[in-house]
Every structure is written in C-alpha cells, then in structure tokens.
Design a protein around this ligand. Sequence first.
Ligand SMILES: Nc1ncnc2c1ncn2[C@@H]1O[C@H](COP(=O)(O)OP(=O)(O)OP(=O)(O)O)[C@@H](O)[C@H]1O
Length: 269
Amino acid sequence: MIELKNLSFSYDDKTKILNGISLKIGADDHKVIGFMGHNGAGKSTFFLNLVGELKPTDGEILIDGKPVVYSKKGLRQLRRKIGIVFQNSDQQIFYSIVKDDVAFALHNLKLPPAEINRRVEKVLSELDILPLKDRPIQYLSGGQKKRVAIAGIMVIGSEWILLDEPTSGLDPDGRARMKKLIQKLVDNGQHIILSSHDMDFMYETCDYFYLLGKGKILEQGNKQEVFNNEQLLKENKLDQPWLVKIHQKLGLPLYDNEQELFANDGQHN
Ligand SMILES: Nc1ncnc2c1ncn2[C@@H]1O[C@H](COP(=O)(O)OP(=O)(O)OP(=O)(O)O)[C@@H](O)[C@H]1O
C-alpha cells in the first residue's frame, strides 16, 4: 500500500502544487487507479513524488508502512516497488540499443547475465517488440519507443507501475494495445496508477479514480461516484466519457462494465 501523510510539494517555496494530501492507495485492492485533473493540476508532480524523483516539501510517503528513505539505497529499494513510465518516452532512454536499454535496471540490480537476457526477451516478446531488440531506439516510432520504456519497467516486476499519459501520441491500434497491456500487467498481479486526459480510456481502464485540483484531492471514488458529477468535471475542465453521456441520456444507471450492462438488460425497458 502507498500511504501519503499530509503531502505537500512546491517547486519554488511559494506555490503549493500539492497541498496537504493524505491518501491510502491500494488499501482496497483496486487494480487500476486513475488520477485526473486539468493541465497543470499537478498529476506529473504527484507521480514524481511517488517515485522519489521529487522529495515532498512537507509530509511523507510510506510504502507498505515504511517511510521512503531518500538515500541512494532507499531510492533503489523504492524503484523495485514502484516504476514509472513517463509521458515522454525519450526521458527514460539510457542506452541506444533496445535490449541494452531494457536491461539497464536489471544490471543495476546485479542479476546474472543469463537471467537478464531471459527476462528481457520475455518482456520484449510479450510487448510484440522482440524483432526490434537490436535496433537503435532513436529510429523507432513514438509508439514503439513507449513500448520500450514500458519494457524497461516491466522487467523489474515492481508491484506498482505508474503510467503518465500512456495513450499520448498513440494511434487507435496503439491505444487498444495499451489497454490490453494494462490488463496483462493486472493479470500478473501488478497494480497500475495512471493519469490521462483521455477520459474514455480512463473510464474503460480504471476501477477507481482520484480527481486532483487546487493542490488537493477534490473527489475520489468508483465510476458512478466520479463521472456522474458533471458539474465537478466541468469545473476541472474534464469531459464526461461518451459512455456516461449515453447512460445519462437513456436514463440508465452507470454500469461498471459490459457484463453488468447485459446482465441487467431488459430491466429498463
Ligand atoms: N520543474 C518545474 N519547475 C517549476 N514548476 C513546474 C515544474 N514542473 C511543473 N511545474 C509547474 O507545476 C504545476 C503542475 O505541473 P504538472 O506537470 O505536475 O501538472 P500536470 O497535471 O501533470 O499537467 P499536464 O496535464 O499538462 O501534464 C504547473 O503549474 C507547472 O507549471
């Protein structure tokens, strides 16, 4: 579980981007947790605090009950628990060749070369990019680069994976792949925290939501609790997912998924 106690963060000691946030993420075994908020609301800042790239100005973060330690060793331990895939994949490229880049963190963990090779090939093949393993990353497409960045996090096998805007720059096929990939990670027992402006994607993918604004958590809950509040979404410059609009127009309750909708089919005629 990730616990935040009164977490505040400021880049310049004047404006609090995060202002006294207390949360327990993962207490209820949600699998895919969405963070929403308008441009500049502080989602990336929040994520960078979670992975120790930024240190809270006030308050603290506890992982499984233990406060994060900001020493080299403490941060190495933190990265085994929480990995992040940045919005811009170029931000996390360390080596020029795909397989070397994906293996980077495993070398840091001092795993034997055969084990590193095995893990890298397995993840590249799961992500359908094994044929790219000897290619220079700089010549890959944006979507392929994103998959390499995800591979670099997947090989670590961390319990938590943070995805900052995972669909940005992806075409519909890439978006569908991303959805499947998230499901695969969940099936592996990993927990996902993601942020996105793509409300339809959030709606389809996440099972719990936080709305970040004015440095605070303005709302949290499941789909029904968060997406039926049209006014709050509007105030935070967020769209209602199209499925929610249809449900409301037809006067149907907001179902969690397709199975639930069809299980209740006929009851609303
Ligand atoms: N390195 C930085 N130095 C100073 N201010 C920053 C820095 N990074 C972000 N900010 C400011 O912090 C605020 C929150 O930015 P952040 O990138 O966390 O928001 P976001 O919700 O992720 O936005 P977006 O949806 O546009 O990606 C913004 O006002 C931004 O200008």
